[in-house]
Ligand binder design. Structure first.
Ligand code: ATP
Ligand code: MG
Ligand code: MG
Ligand code: MG
Length: 562
């Protein structure tokens, strides 16, 4: 590729709207341009990177027996109504109608579509296991699309779904995907960790998130250097605590003053005070929200919530997450404002709307602010795991880091096969539900995460495996015919040898070319200078280390560059 023809419009200034470095650098290096909030065009350099990531993903999925297919992005409402998610998905789902007034959505994920597909044709245990995947655009109307490709509303995802005869089969499929994901992120040249994750509103249990380590990551993770333990801190086991049963819990709500002791609360929950504390803390952090979404634990929580001053709950398992969150802050607020931290995206919405407390319809407090209107005390000693805490598995001091969720694997068990009746006949001719798993990789987010992890003040430092090109040749003087001849010859030979090379043939000053080369982040920058012509010395600068090596021309340059 000739730089004079490459459509990579670079910018000198840092665009004002870009808050994180990957967003800034992708705009500056001419990788993306915004169409509207959370929706971007991928320019040629970005597209090359994305194609490489997709290729790595493909190879690893195929190596585990995955079969690629392509499902529709536009999905009919009916299958989502069958699983109840048409209502549960809430405002994050992009919805549309056809001319006959029928409802559709743009796929945020494809469990409904794939399960409906597989139930049509799979009849026998002999047809299982199945691992089916696709790589395509996904649509989520994120409440806060931001950080460029990190949280888009249209983004590229690889989603694979596994179908097995039994739990042992599901375990094998899950393990395969776990290993495949490990290979994908290793091959992309990224530093990452697989952490135990909450399985969240998608349902089922048993999940890992693949976190690309970066300061700017939205997630906090805890890991142990001495053993295998690693978890998203939201899911990490809580620090062991001893609190006397008489300790008053700060469970006051605006209209119902007074505190309850742990003992009192535990009798509502019908469990020991120790368990109560753990349960409460856990619920406070996240689990309550999810428990209500899933519709289990309901009775005790409702009792507790009632006792805490929530008059009457309008929660039903199939209700929108949004309305459940309207419910939860009334609970979270008084016990501790930690829900704000954990369910950040949703809670921000709650704050924006100023709605709090959840009771009967039309009984929500409005314009309520947790700090202003009630004191969100936090129970002393109950907290998420922190740096230096003993590892829940081996007791060694844990470390913490921040990460970007680039992928996640889930065991779904029979959540979707049950509601969509995806069954097969086993060896004994008996009808059984298929055991499912789902496995996603954010392809476009992985590209952004790679930049978050690999950059310096001058620009991007691509890991070689996903770099848009491997090398750029910069002739110091485009007017010097000897330099240009040499540069052209090298350009031809390197590309011939499979080293994807750009020649900067623009009539720009060398300084401009060098700056652009660093900004775009080619792993190798090859300078053709008067010295190259006179002494046969080629200057090769390695972007990552900043190291410069001089290579003797005509002495196997290509072999060395490789
Ligand atoms: P998050 O917690 O960041 O909202 P998620 O848990 O909702 O992500 P999943 O449903 O697990 O996402 O989707 C699989 C993968 O798709 C994620 O691990 C992530 O890499 C990617 N992804 C999800 N939402 C977005 C988005 N809005 N923009 C870009 N990539 C996304
Ligand atoms: Mg999400
Ligand atoms: Mg997530
Ligand atoms: Mg996820």
């Amino acid at each position: 590729m000739r730089a004079s023809q490459l459509y990579a419009p670079t910018l000198r200034e840092v665009p004002a709207e870009a808050e994180v470095v990957s967003h800034q650098l992708m705009l500056r290096a001419g990788l993306i341009r915004k169409a509207t909030g959370g929706i971007y065009t991928y320019l040629p350099l970005a597209w090359r990177v994305l194609k490489k990531i997709k290729q790595i993903v493909r190879e690893e999925m195929d190596a585990k027996g995955g079969q690629e297919l392509a499902m529709p992005i536009m999905q009919p409402a009916e299958m989502w109504q069958e699983t109840g998610r048409w209502d549960v998905y809430g405002e994050e789902m992009f919805r549309l109608k056809d001319r006959h007034d029928r409802n559709f959505c743009l796929g945020p994920t494809h469990e409904e579509m794939i399960t409906t597909l597989v139930r049509m044709d799979v009849r026998s245990y002999r047809q299982l296991p199945l691992l089916l995947y696709q790589i395509q655009n996904k649509y989520r109307d994120e409440i806060r699309p931001r950080f460029g490709l990190m949280r888009g509303r249209e983004f590229i995802m690889k989603d694979l779904y596994s179908f097995d005869r039994d739990e042992a089969g599901l375990d094998i499929s899950y393990r395969k995907m776990y290993d495949a994901y490990t290979n994908v992120f290793s091959r992309c040249g990224l530093k990452f960790r697989a952490v135990e994750a909450d399985s969240g509103a998608i349902g089922g249990s048993g999940s890992h998130e693949f976190m690309v380590i970066a300061e700017s990551g939205e997630a906090a993770i805890a890991y142990c250097a001495a053993c295998e333990y690693a978890a998203n801190v939201e899911k990490a086991e809580l620090k062991a605590i001893t609190v006397p049963a008489e300790t008053p819990l700060p469970l006051t709500v605006k209209d119902t003053p007074g505190t309850k002791s742990i003992k009192e609360v535990s009798s509502y929950l019908g469990v020991s005070p120790e368990k109560t504390i753990k349960t409460l803390a856990f619920q406070t952090e996240k689990e309550l929200v999810l428990a209500l979404v899933r519709g289990d634990h309901e009775v005790n929580e409702i009792k507790l919530l009632n006792q805490l001053g929530c008059l009457h709950l309008d929660i039903a398992p199939e209700q929108a997450i949004v309305s459940q969150l309207h419910t939860v802050p009334g609970f979270i607020g008084p016990v501790g404002a930690t829900g704000v931290k954990i369910v950040a995206d949703h809670t921000v919405m709650q704050m924006v709307n100023g709605v709090c407390g959840a009771n009967k319809p039309d009984q929500h407090y409005i314009q309520v602010n947790p700090d202003r209107d009630f004191q969100p005390d936090i129970i002393a000693d109950i907290r998420l795991i922190q740096e230096g805490d003993p590892c829940p598995h081996c007791g060694a001091a844990v470390k913490t880091a921040r990460g970007i969720e680039a992928g996640q694997v889930f065991k779904l068990f029979t959540k979707y096969s049950k509601s969509l009746e995806a069954t097969f006949l086993d060896e004994n001719g008996k009808e059984q539900l298929m055991l499912m798993g789902c496995y996603g990789i954010g392809v476009s987010r992985t590209m952004a995460a790679a930049i978050e992890q690999n950059h310096d003040d001058d620009g991007i430092i691509w890991p070689a495996a996903i770099a848009p090109f491997h090398a750029v040749i910069v002739p110091i003087s485009g007017k010097d015919s000897e330099q240009m001849d040499l540069a052209e010859r090298l350009y031809g030979e390197l590309n011939q040898a499979g080293i994807e090379t750009v020649i900067d043939d623009r009539s720009e000053r060398p300084g401009v070319k060098f700056k652009d080369a660093d900004l775009i982040g080619y792993p190798l920058k090859i300078t053709v200078s008067p010295k190259t012509v006179s002494e046969g010395l080629l200057e090769v600068k390695i972007r990552r280390s900043g190291e410069t090596v001089f290579l003797q021309l005509n002495a196997g340059v290509i072999a060395k560059v490789k």
